[in-house]
Design a protein around this ligand. Structure first.
Ligand code: ADP
Length: 385
């Protein structure tokens, strides 16, 4: 832009000089003229006071659809190119005051009537004593449309997710009542008719009761998952050490019974929802104890700052997870170990994932059978910390 401006000024006010200077001027003029003509952005020279076109490049003519003779000597306001004429006045005022304007977004009307969004940078120049503006205008219509499409898509996705969560909540909530009834009547049957039925019937009833208990537990967990209130934006500046301590206090009995040792470094302050983050630590440390190996559980919690994120890790010396299941375990009801040996419903990690993603982070695990597991999650570094 600066080169172009200087060359135009030289062009309009050539100074007499040596042969070399004349040649240098000719080359400079040729360079700027080429840049002006072949630029993919539209470049316009117009007067500062009323915006009368002095020169326009090919990109301007191609994008707007005008012919050169239709625009030279006329103004963008007369031609209706400026959709908002106040905007033009504001731009001219800024240039008058500061000499230039950078990346100013505005909407322009093409000859066909089509509106296009453009990013304009402009500078004041003197042309033979007249104050003019040289402006370079970049067409961002397609980019804007793509951004808008993405925004609508993300909004719809958010809405669909909320609907799905609501659906999961209603279904699991409403399923509970009939299940309680079935369980209740099965127990009644078992108690009142035990003597009248044969042993096989007794076994069938016992298995049915066990089935209802399991189903109740699954529904309760599904409800827990649906209840994680990711609509809440109650984030605050919290000390992750205090949050971990709360989670450990909640796991007190399990820690005592297993003889687990938990080490942790100085954890940072983060912007997060304290209840939700406690739940994440509780689930991860709880799993590290549950899926322990032969030795007493040894758990390490730490955090490392990488760029704009904190990388938290919770590692254990437990039984580990087969490589091929390290992704699926974050989905609802996905488990990688024997259901009869390890109690649970496969919801805990799905809840952690939901919470961490709600905080704008990611969660994953590095593990292998017999190698222990390290769960990582990220939280953005807050503007305060
Ligand atoms: P749950 O613990 O109720 O089964 P989770 O969603 O918390 O549900 O975990 C899903 C599965 O991931 C577990 O069933 C287990 O197979 C595996 N897993 C989670 N944490 C660990 C861990 N620390 N060590 C080994 N396996 C784990």
């Amino acid at each position: 832009m600066e080169e172009l401006r200087q060359s135009i000024e030289q062009l309009k006010t050539p100074k007499p000089g040596s042969k070399g200077e004349v040649e240098a001027l000719r080359l400079s003029e040729e360079k700027s003229s080429k840049a002006f003509r072949s630029s993919p952005d539209w470049i316009v020279i117009s007067t500062l006071d009323n915006g009368r076109f002095i020169d326009v490049n090919d990109a301007f003519l191609r994008i707007t659809g005008y012919r050169s003779e239709e625009v030279i000597g006329r103004t963008a306001i007369e031609l209706g190119i400026w959709v908002d004429t106040d905007e033009r006045d504001k731009m001219a005022a800024t240039i008058r005051e500061h000499g230039k304007i950078r990346d100013h977004e505005a909407t322009f009307r093409m000859k066909s009537g089509e509106l296009r969004t453009m990013l304009r940078s402009a500078e004041a120049i003197d042309l033979e004593g007249e104050r003019c503006i040289i402006s370079v205008t970049h067409d961002i219509t397609e980019r804007k449309q793509a951004e808008e499409k993405l925004r609508v898509f993300a909004d719809n996705l958010k809405k669909k997710n909320a609907e799905l969560e609501q659906f999961a909540y209603i279904v699991s909530h409403d399923l509970q009542a009939p299940l309680i009834t079935i369980g209740g009547f099965l127990r009644l049957l078992e108690r009142r008719y035990r003597d009248k039925l044969d042993s096989k019937a007794g076994e069938f009833i016992a298995s049915s009761i066990e089935g209802t208990v399991q189903m109740q537990s699954l529904i309760r967990n599904l409800l827990d998952y649906a209840r994680v209130d990711t609509r809440s934006m109650d984030f605050e500046q919290i000390d992750a050490t205090a949050i971990l301590n709360q989670a450990l206090a909640n796991l007190n009995a399990l820690l005592d019974e297993s003889g687990a040792v938990v080490h942790y470094d100085n954890l940072p302050e983060v912007t997060a929802n304290p209840v939700l983050l406690t739940q994440v630590f509780q689930n991860l440390v709880g799993n590290a104890i549950k899926f322990r190996g032969d030795k007493p559980p040894c758990i390490n919690v730490s955090a490392e700052k990488k760029g704009r994120e904190w990388f938290f890790s919770v590692s254990d010396n437990g039984i580990g997870i087969p490589q091929e299941q390290t992704e699926s375990i974050f989905e609802v009801f996905q488990r990688s170990h024997d259901k009869n040996k390890y109690q649970g419903s496969g919801i805990g990690l799905a809840i952690c994932k939901k919470i961490i993603e709600h905080h704008g982070g990611r969660i994953w695990v590095e593990s292998g059978p017999g190698k222990g597991s390290t769960f990582f999650f990220t939280i953005r570094v807050s503007s305060l910390g």
